[in-house]
Design a protein around this ligand. Structure first.
Ligand SMILES: CCCCCCCCCCCCCCCCCCCCCCCCCC(=O)SCCNC(=O)CCNC(=O)[C@H](O)C(C)(C)COP(=O)(O)OP(=O)(O)OC[C@H]1O[C@@H](n2cnc3c(N)ncnc32)[C@H](O)[C@@H]1OP(=O)(O)O
Ligand SMILES: NC(=O)C1=CN([C@@H]2O[C@H](COP(=O)(O)OP(=O)(O)OC[C@H]3O[C@@H](n4cnc5c(N)ncnc54)[C@H](OP(=O)(O)O)[C@@H]3O)[C@@H](O)[C@H]2O)C=CC1
Length: 515
């Protein structure tokens, strides 16, 4: 019997960010391994015209939850969606709901955050810092609370090269920033933001670092642990391989590469691609929840959920495998044949951008205009290049994360728990994982039918022929223009033709002699 699964039995668990990528996989695993848990409270806001109930219904009826419905048929009754907006005071939770949460909650998993790199400082602080503080104040009024698990990011200290499992101080006190945002207006905030974030690459990583400091400051009466995942990718094993449902992180770039939009990336090919499967992160979260509640460590422990130091993979290996998979299982209606080029050189990168990205988009838009349609490819291409440039910082550097606490926890688990809540990334086979990942992007994110693969392959063949035709035509035009204008080009042309003629004559003469 798994001790961790048994621990969550009968518990009331509060999850923030349950409608997000990590949150959904967390709920799924909890219901599947501990179907006798009491209730999962999720803090949800209405979104995109959907009510809370509609959002929950959609999640529970998705493919991700198919296994859960077999193990826990009454899952609908065990999930309680509470209206909440984490950017509001007291999260805008009603008095009755707040009372219930305060009196019943046993464990909290705090996943909610804004993960946009370019969010405004005000909004990112509200969500990643102030909301964390407010949640911990709520937690301190919960008599039955056993543990709080805060999800940060391995990149919260990406201004350092070697990162230990400790909370590093930030140059400015979070409280001072929260207070000053109350009276400063938006224009001034955006002006001082670059000065505040100093050597952090974006507002997201900076506010996640502030969030960790808040956890440290508010942890006096609470038992808290922090988990820092690196780049969270599709599921490795559970509930099935390759599940993914948003375009964050690598996902958008994988689609852009598969559709033939993105054919070059400014990335150091040898830099470590520190991806971590989402189910590995969730297994660690549940193990940490159990360990923190049962062993109640004296200080706030930080756990790194990273792959680089135990089982490294680099961007080159990843790119090659992504392309190899698209060769076998192409995406539908590609713009160009998938091709990949990683370069860390500025000049080469700009050259590839002009030749491989911008020029084809402009040519295609001209074609759309000529055929009476609305041009759109330049806009799409600019969007992709903007995203790629936002991720560049992470593609051109490697970090070392120590994993002492994570390995210590692994050794504390029973063999059964090590199997059911496996977070040992050394067992990951990258080639197999990336293939399933790419397949998952096609099936679960783009919702493409596997029956369409022969047609997609046919389409790629047509694109290859167009490519050859286009290049030949371009070569002939350039050559014709050169010959017309330059004596040197004419000389070269004459030399090549006479050389070919002599070679053919010699070949014919020698083959006649042999006979
Ligand atoms: C041999 C050599 C091979 C060579 C090969 C070369 C070729 C290539 C080979 C490829 C190989 C693979 C390489 C992989 C590399 C991976 C690198 C990963 C590094 C990640 C590091 C992460 C470290 C930190 C990790 C963390 O700790 S945490 C999380 C990470 N956080 C993020 O990843 C957010 C980032 N993103 C943003 O920050 C914003 O996205 C922003 C970017 C500002 C844009 O922003 P903006 O331009 O405003 O665009 P959006 O509004 O966002 O979206 C625009 C449109 O997409 C739509 N849309 C937005 N959402 C979604 C959604 N869900 N679902 C569906 N649609 C959505 C939206 O409707 C809109 O459509 P529309 O309305 O235009 O029609
Ligand atoms: N994905 C990754 O690569 C990594 C993620 N992390 C961390 O993991 C955690 C989860 O990330 P992930 O699941 O990928 O992110 P998602 O963007 O998929 O999910 C974010 C969640 O936060 C919720 N949320 C955002 N704003 C509010 C609000 N104002 N009120 C209520 N809920 C809100 C979202 O709700 P809604 O659905 O309504 O928008 C959603 O459920 C984050 O803390 C992130 O920093 C760390 C490292 C890497």
């Amino acid at each position: 019997m798994s001790m961790i699964a048994a621990f969550y039995g009968g518990k009331s668990i509060l999850i923030t960010g349950a409608t997000g990528f990590l949150g959904k996989v967390l709920m799924e695993k909890l219901f599947r391994t501990s179907p006798d848990l009491k209730v999962i409270y999720i803090l949800v806001r209405p979104k995109a015209g959907q009510t809370l109930q509609q959002r929950v219904f959609q999640i529970l009826n998705s493919k991700l939850f198919e296994k859960v419905k077999e193990v826990c048929p009454n899952v609908h009754e065990k999930i309680r969606a509470i209206y909440a907006d984490l950017s509001q005071n007291d999260f805008a939770i009603s008095k009755e709901d707040m009372q219930e949460l305060l009196s019943c909650t046993n464990i909290i998993f705090h996943c909610a955050a804004t993960v946009r790199f370019d969010d405004t400082l005000r909004h990112a602080v509200q969500l990643n810092v102030t909301a964390t503080r407010q949640l911990l104040l709520m937690a301190s009024q919960m008599p039955k609370l056993e543990a709080v698990i805060h999800i940060s990011t391995a990149y919260s200290n990406c201004n350092l090269k070697h990162i230990d499992e400790v909370i590093y101080p930030c140059p400015v006190e979070p409280k001072k920033i929260i207070d000053s945002l109350e009276w400063l207006d938006d224009a001034i905030i955006e002006e001082i933001a670059p000065k505040l974030i100093r050597d952090w690459p974006n507002i997201y990583t900076y506010t996640k670092a502030l969030g960790e400091m808040v956890v440290q400051q508010e942890s006096r009466s609470l038992t808290i642990a922090i988990i820092r995942p690196s780049i969270v990718g599709a599921t490795w094993q559970e509930p099935f391989p390759g599940w993914v449902d948003n375009i964050n992180g690598p996902n958008g770039l994988i689609i852009a590469a598969g559709k033939g939009f993105l054919r070059a990336l400014k990335a150091a090919p040898k830099a470590v691609a520190d991806l971590i499967p989402v189910d590995t992160v969730v297994n660690l979260m549940l193990a940490v929840g159990w360990y923190t509640a049962v062993h109640r460590p004296k200080s706030t422990l930080v756990y790194h959920s990273t792959s680089g130091n135990l089982n490294p993979c680099n961007w080159h290996k990843m790119g090659v495998q992504v392309l190899a998979t698209f060769e076998k299982i192409p995406l539908e209606r590609a713009f160009r044949r998938p091709y990949a080029n990683f370069t860390s050189n500025n000049f080469t990168s700009q050259y590839w951008n002009a030749v491989s990205h911008q020029a084809p988009a402009i040519i295609y838009d001209c074609y759309l205009r000529l055929t009476g349609r609305k041009p759109r490819m330049t806009k799409v291409m600019n969007q992709i290049l903007r995203t790629a440039s936002m991720l560049e910082y992470f593609l051109n550097r490697s970090w070392e994360w120590s994993t002492y606490n994570t390995e210590m926890l692994m050794s504390e688990l029973s063999p059964e728990d090590q199997r059911v809540f496996n977070f040992d990334v050394r067992q990951l086979n990258w080639l197999e994982y990336i293939e399933n990942y790419v397949l998952g992007v096609k099936k679960y994110l783009l919702k493409e039918d596997m029956a369409g693969i022969p047609e997609a392959k046919q389409h790629l063949k047509r694109l290859r022929n167009i490519h050859y035709l286009f290049n030949t035509a371009l070569f002939l035009i350039v050559w014709r223009l050169l010959i017309a204008r330059s004596q040197m080009a004419r000389n070269v042309w004459f030399f090549i033709v006479s050389f070919c003629y002599k070679f053919l004559s010699y070949f014919r003469a020698s083959s006649t002699l042999k006979v």
